[in-house]
Ligand binder design. Structure first.
Ligand SMILES: *Cc1c(COP(=O)(O)O)cnc(C)c1O
Length: 439
């Protein structure tokens, strides 16, 4: 169903929610969305989310459910598992995780007891995820954590990580990040884990679509367990998948997720994951994934040309980090708020090796990437235009003062003009351009 039909169907029952849906459709169409964990799903994925599978309960796994009436749900879940295994090359897949955080928690619960397990993972302010042992997450409260970080060039130092792992002896060694712009050396992580007797876990939530499309090296066969969200570069609904190599690991993970952690699976979401996986196995998706990386490189180059400090000097994947304090004297939050006011959406983010002023909620930079705009059909030739719009906005904001009521723009009329330019530019691109081969 298209956006308008969805909104009108809702409106017959609930005008309030319908209006919010319509407003969100406009926001997503009128702006330039650069949050690298977001995307636009296909109409087929949205339709599967709205399917009647939402009406069905089915605690358990195919062939072993606690409810009757599973003929179609069993077939569905088996088919989606099979597709996940085929695309990522792993022999076992669990497709029931409701999202990325519970998927990671299930893996920890499968292999460790609370208050005795040890996790080694990337620190949050260098690009790790909250569920990789942050003190505000139960993963950091229930397990002993040793965090590694980037070196002075903002990249991982595998020799240092190996030394740290030998010393700490983790039960689980985690790689895979939420804000790291470089390729991950899964072979090195796998060999370190093997050497110290740890389970190796690759959390490829951000890059799953790039891996599926062949635009990032695969964790297979190096990593024991792989988790990923299906809603970022994989272009599916909000959910997660857990892959594993060893049948005994798979069994532990299945039990940890259900009945350990979750109740009934969300079959409508699983159906939509299946549709996304079908899309991800097409040639068109592969072209899209490679175009995302090409666009990220072009955007990094265009920003660097304008004097922006790009962390680690560029990107190998779908995202980049920019130290806006170093580049323009502007902390990331001010940049993110100002750009939202002209319809450019990205997020403030910590930068490795930032100034001493940086704090998690007051970081020195921003994180951005082109997955969503690539889905709209943009290519390298549009990236300099995005960099230009950002630069012009920040030039104005840099001269502005933060005062109550007056905002942060030196010249508020320039803000209005830029907003109109962003809207005109965005409106040249549909929110879903199809896949490159079959638009
Ligand atoms: C997004 C993300 C998660 C969490 O996913 P949610 O669906 O938000 O729970 C976990 N790990 C990494 C690396 C992520 O990028």
């Amino acid at each position: 169903m298209d956006n308008i039909r969805i909104v009108e169907t809702i409106r017959q029952v609930d005008p309030t929610i319908a209006n919010l849906c319509a407003a969100e459709d406009s926001r997503q169409a009128d702006g330039i969305r650069l949050i690298p964990s977001e995307n636009y799903v296909s109409p087929a994925v949205r339709a599967a989310l709205a399917s009647n599978f939402t009406n069905k309960y089915g605690e358990g796994y195919p062939g072993k459910r606690y409810y009757q009436g599973q003929r179609n749900t069993d077939a569905l879940e088996n088919e989606v598992r099979r597709r996940a295994c085929e695309i990522f090359g792993y022999p076992h897949a669990n497709v029931q995780a409701l999202s990325g955080a519970p998927a990671n928690l299930a893996v920890y619960a499968a292999f460790m007891k609370p208050f005795s397990g040890r996790i080694m993972a990337m620190r949050l302010d260098h690009g790790g995820h909250l569920t990789h042992g942050s003190p505000v997450s139960v993963t950091g409260q229930w397990f002993e954590i040793s965090h590694y970080g980037c070196d002075e060039h903002d990249v991982l130092d595998m020799d240092q990580i190996r030394r740290q792992a030998r010393e700490f002896k983790p039960d689980i060694l985690v790689c895979g990040y939420t804000a790291y712009p470089r390729s991950i050396d899964f072979q090195a992580f796998g060999s370190i884990a093997q050497e110290v007797g740890a389970i190796s876990l690759a959390d490829i939530s951000h890059i799953a679509g790039l891996v599926a499309g062949g635009a990032h090296p695969s964790p297979w066969p190096h990593m024991d367990v792989v988790t990923f969200t299906t809603h970022k570069t994989l272009r599916g609904p909000r959910a997660a998948i857990i892959l594993s190599k060893d049948p005994q690991h798979a069994d532990k993970i299945d039990k940890a997720l259900f009945p350990g952690l979750q109740g009934g699976p969300h079959f409508n979401t699983i159906a939509a994951v299946g549709v996304a996986l079908a899309e991800a196995s097409t040639e068109g998706f592969k072209s899209w994934a490679h175009q995302v990386v090409a666009n990220a490189r072009a955007l990094a180059a265009a920003l660097a040309e304008r004097g922006f400090h790009v962390s680690s000097g560029g990107t190998d994947n779908h995202l980049l980090l920019v130290d806006t304090r170093k580049s323009r004297g502007l902390p990331g939050k001010r940049v993110a708020i100002a750009l939202e006011q002209v319809g450019i959406f990205l997020n403030f983010n910590t930068i490795p090796n930032a100034s001493p002023l940086q704090k998690p909620l007051f970081p020195d930079g921003i994180r951005l990437g082109p997955p969503a705009v690539t889905t709209r059909g943009m290519n390298e030739s549009q990236m300099p235009r995005i960099a230009e719009l950002m630069d012009r906005a920040l030039e104005n904001v840099k001269r502005g003062r933060i005062e109550k009521g007056t905002g942060i723009w030196a010249d508020p009329s320039a803000r209005k003009a830029l907003r109109a330019e962003v809207q005109a530019f965005a409106s040249e691109f549909p929110t879903f351009a199809g896949f490159p081969e079959n638009p």
